[in-house]
Every structure is written in structure tokens, then in C-alpha cells.
Design a protein around this ligand. Sequence first.
Ligand SMILES: C[S@@+](CC[C@H](N)C(=O)[O-])C[C@H]1O[C@@H](n2cnc3c(N)ncnc32)[C@H](O)[C@@H]1O
Length: 392
Amino acid sequence: MSLKTIHPFPARMAPEIALRRLESLSKGAVVLDPMMGSGTTLKIAGMVGCKGIGFDVDPMALLISGVWNRRVDTNKVLSLADRVHEQVREMQDMPELPWMDNEPETAKFVRFWFAKDQADDLRRLSSLIYPLSEPESDVLRVALSRLIVTKGRGASLGRDISHSRPHKVTEENDFQVFPEFERSVYQVCRILNANPGTGLASVREGNAKRMDSIADQSIDYIMTSPPYFTAVDYFRGHRLALVWLGYSLPALRLLRDKSIGLDRVPDKALDDVLIQELHRKVKHIPDLKPKVRSVLQRYSVDLFEISQEFFRVLKAGGRMTVVLADSYSSGLLISNTQIFKNAARLVGFQFGEVEERPILATKRYLPPPSDSRGNSLANRMKTEAIMTFVRK
Ligand SMILES: C[S@@+](CC[C@H](N)C(=O)[O-])C[C@H]1O[C@@H](n2cnc3c(N)ncnc32)[C@H](O)[C@@H]1O
């Protein structure tokens, strides 16, 4: 099944995984993706007549999922874009962007990743788009971000930004921001017209560990793909665009702190007995360096805590599908899937079935080319597991 997306996103879920499982649900059933990313689960849920609820901590995920899943009047988008173009042409002075100009780390970051001409033009566009509050203005934000979050050449001096592995390749850039922005707006509108959002989804900022706005046992189906152990830092690439959408680096760091799967040691004392249970049947743990073992412990407890929350919100008898792949750390294969199975069992889920699928080479998560793990990972992360559990 092909489903054209409005913006790249790393490690997107294959839409057919969601379609095959959600199409048998009754209309109006409530489907939750607590870590929605670009919103594939919500999109498919809407297409089969289900209500969707999605959470994420990454503002880029919220932006993309929001636009992709809501009803958008693309004529209004195009007239808004025309207005922005007119204003940009009339602009005399260089506008200020307070979150960037008053925050030295963000200003330095922008000077590193953008050449002057593109930075000036992005500044002009950003100053006009940032204050807009019409629902259609989010489409302009997506269109702007697409100029930056690309695999190849774009408005920045980097490459591979869409895979969250940005690396600077040049000091010069002749990318034309305004005409490319115009084209980008048209492209997003075309994709939205071909497969419009249903408006059946609610997209919320929040941590999958604590979805306070969701009542106990109110969800019919959970479908999600959590981050793998230390495989991807979603913010690394997305911040190149988010600094043009009102975010300073310190503000983004606070949001990133809530992400799971990052290379971080625990920030609280962990329960040894729980860790032992979570690591049952998981190989290679004694061979890991102490710091990596500690990072893995944090990740495992994070998987346990999200599982607890998933159990709380799912209806008795409801199903949960989790797409996850095992990942390599220092050359050792860590079974993220076994850790998740252990976590789910501990909180009360019953394991249903598993389907293994090859991960396309283009969809794999890889560290930047400068990182020596890159090539070995490319050869190794080849399958993902689609695990379904039942809430007793
Ligand atoms: C593998 S991606 C999901 C991709 C998604 N299925 C799609 O099709 O685009 C994992 C997502 O989990 C999000 N995430 C990480 N930690 C989170 C947390 N504590 N709460 C909510 N979302 C989180 C990341 O920001 C990322 O968007």
C-alpha cells in the first residue's frame, strides 16, 4: 500500500501494518497511538472510520500529524501563502526573531547550519508565518520545514536531515527559498487534496508515560512504534526546522528530555528486581560496558512505564500492536522486542502473536556517516517485529 506523506519522518510505520489490523474494527472505535510520529496510525484509523488519538513529545510530529489528519481547505492555504508572498516582497527591514536573537546558542546554531542568504530569507518567512493562528497556517509551517528536513540538498548546509543524522557538507548554498517554498506549499496541498484528512483524529502534545487526558479503559485499540534502543534522536534533525518555527534550542532540549530511546543514563534510582525481570532472556547484557548497560536499564524501565500506561487506558479485551526492531549496541544485538514483551507481561498483557517483516534499507535508522557504527548497522537492522498483545 502506498500512502503519500506530506513531510519526511524517520522510521515511519508501514501503512499496511495499520490497515490490516484496523480495518476490521467497528466504525467509531477509538484507536490510540501514544507515540504517533508522523501520524500513520491516525491516518489509517481515519480512513477506516475510526477515531484516532495521538500523542508525541516532538513538535515536528505534532505539526505533521495535525496537518495530515485534519480537514484542510487548500484554497484557503493557497490564499494565505499568496498573502505571505506579497508581504515578503514588501519587507524592507530584516525582521527580528526573539527566540533566536535573544538566545546565543540558537543564533550560533543557525549560523553554523545555514548560509546567510537562506538564513535571511527563512527569517523573513518565519517572521510572517510564526504569528499566524489560522488552522491553515500549519500547512505553511509544514511547507517551510520541508525545505530544510530533506535527505539531499535543501535550505541548510546539511544533508540527511530527514533521517535525523544531519551532517554539514558545504559552506555555500544557492538554494532559492521563496520559489521553493511556493512549490512546497503546492505539493503539500496536492497531497492533502488527493487523500484528505478525515478530522477524526485528536493530536495531543504529551508523554506516553502519562496520558492524563485519557480515561481508564477507554481505548479500543493501541497501535504504536516506540523508538529503538539508542537508534534515533528525532530532535537532532527536526531542530534545524523547528528553530524557524518559534523554538529555541533550550526549549527543544526540555521537550527532548521526555523522549525515550536516547543515549542517557537513568535520572532516578531503578528497582533491581524490576530490571532483572525486564532483562529476562535478553542476551549480551553482561557483555555491555557499564555505561551502556545503565542506558539500557533506563530504556527498559521506560518501556515498562509506557506499558503500564497502555494497560491503564485500554479496554478489557482490547488489543495492542507494537512495532519494534532489535538494535545493535557496540556490536551486540540487544533484543528490544524481548524487553518489551517482558514489560507488557509484567503489567498484565497477554502476548498474542508476532509477525516478522523486513525493514526496507531506505527506512532504516542510521547514525551519521562520521559514526563508525553506520555501515555495520546498515547490514544488521533488517527485520522488525509486529507484536500483538491482549489486555486481560
Ligand atoms: C518510531 S517513531 C513513530 C513513527 C510513527 N509510527 C510514524 O509512522 O511516523 C517514535 C516516536 O516516539 C516519540 N516519542 C519518544 N518518546 C516519547 C514519549 N515519552 N512520549 C510520546 N512520544 C514519544 C518520538 O518523538 C517519535 O516521534
